[in-house]
Design a protein around this ligand. Structure first.
Ligand code: NAD
Ligand code: UDX
Length: 339
């Protein structure tokens, strides 16, 4: 299996690459522009005969021969996706169009990492995949939320427009063979959509800006934990190895999705700060700071479909995952654990 991972130098992408590389039958190609990712995350694979790393921006077309595409390329932290919102929309829209064009040309199955942000500030709780969401189309988060919503639309439009039943697929392949068509004549496209909920773990950028990495870095630097007001807003945090397992099951399974992949354990930001304080640095202060516009007030995945269709559910609880991330942050920040 030859597999393309766009955004593979990023946080989730690099863990996904590690898992895919464990299978000796896989060849992995990463395409990344290093906006929020880093070659460092893939250090152990550089030079490996089954691994290739390409500096590439997905807003430009890419010509490679692959069987599967995991399409992750997109900044995920609010501070980074708001930094150049027009570029974020281009990455989601033009980037996804380019990857769908590639998938169509080479007959690859393509998986999009969409987001819980398609539900916006949800009026339904927990969020099932059938909920259409409550998104501000002109707000500062829209470049990401609406960008991902358009990316999902493109996935389904390509699927419907270029999708045919299994029987027709076989006929199509036979015709392809008969008339000696080249690979670009492949006329069906298989899609998978994962709606990812907040994911955390080792290798997140220290200054990524997302809440778990912020709190752990602050706790280790003896700085106050900055809870954005009111602090009663909730999130559900999934450990990265659970996430990677869910993504691979979705790619390998028979369901297009969209499927929620996330940990249903729900915490307020005050609860998260208190847990980090208790586990990492009981002396630090928790400070309330101003929030940013349109911050969703609650978020929790309904994972009934993931359980039923993928046989997946998360294994790692927040209290078990935080110390694993702490160890990685200590190493990178050079802060030893006090005995
Ligand atoms: N981590 C989460 O909590 C979370 C939640 C929901 C969805 N997601 C989605 O999962 C994917 C990965 O997220 P992550 O947390 O690993 O983020 P990340 O920022 O660590 O990784 C994104 C990667 O994409 C690359 N990239 C960005 N724009 C690009 C472009 N135009 N061309 C090529 N590469 C580009 C970055 O350099 C980086 O390596 C994203 O699509 C994100 O939207 C993540
Ligand atoms: O230092 C901080 C940072 C953030 N927060 C709060 O923590 C909550 C989570 O914020 P994050 O920045 O980690 O992430 P968000 O949940 O807002 O968005 C994320 O959701 C899903 C993904 O698509 C993306 O990875 C990201 O956009 C928010 O309520 C925010 O106000 C703090 O209280 N303090």
């Amino acid at each position: 299996m030859r597999i393309l991972v766009t955004g593979g130098a990023g946080f989730i992408g690099s863990h996904l690459v590690d898992k895919l590389m464990e299978n000796e039958k896989n060849e992995v190609i990463v395409a990344d522009n290093y906006f929020t990712g880093s070659k460092d995350n893939l250090r152990k694979w550089i030079g490996h005969p089954r691994f290739e790393l390409i500096r590439h921006d997905v807003t430009e077309p890419l010509l490679v021969e692959v069987d599967q595409i995991y399409h992750l390329a997109c900044p995920a932290s609010p501070i980074f996706y708001k930094y150049n919102p027009v570029k974020t929309i281009k990455t989601n829209v033009i980037g996804t169009l380019n990857m769908l064009g590639l998938a169509k040309r080479v007959g690859a199955r393509i998986l999009l990492t969409s987001t819980s942000e398609v539900y916006g500030d949800p009026l339904v709780h927990p969020q099932p995949e059938t909920y259409w969401g409550n998104v501000n189309p002109i707000g500062v988060r829209s470049c990401y939320d609406e960008g991902k919503r358009v990316a999902e639309t493109l996935m389904f439009d390509y699927h419907r427009q270029h999708g045919i039943g299994t029987c027709c697929k076989i006929i199509c392949i036979i015709i392809d063979d008969l008339v000696n068509y080249v690979s670009h004549s492949v006329c069906f496209i298989e899609i998978r959509i994962a709606r990812i909920f907040n994911t955390y773990g080792p290798r997140m950028n220290i200054d990524d800006g997302r809440v778990v990495s912020n709190f752990i870095a602050q706790a280790l630097r003896d700085e106050p934990l900055t809870v954005q007001a009111p602090g009663t807003q909730t999130r559900s945090f999934c450990y990265v190895s659970d996430m990677v397992d869910g993504l691979i099951r979705l790619m390998e399974g028979e369901n297009t999705g969209p499927i929620n992949i996330g940990n249903p354990g729900e915490f307020t930001m005050i609860e998260l700060a208190e847990t980090v304080k208790e586990l990492i640095n009981p002396k630090i202060e928790i400070k309330m700071v101003e929030n940013t516009p349109d911050d969703p007030r609650q978020r929790k995945p309904d994972i009934t479909n993931a359980k039923k269709m993928l046989g997946w559910e998360p294994k790692i609880k927040l209290r078990d995952g935080l110390p694993l991330m702490e160890a990685d942050f200590r190493l990178r920040l050079g802060v030893a654990k006090k005995l």
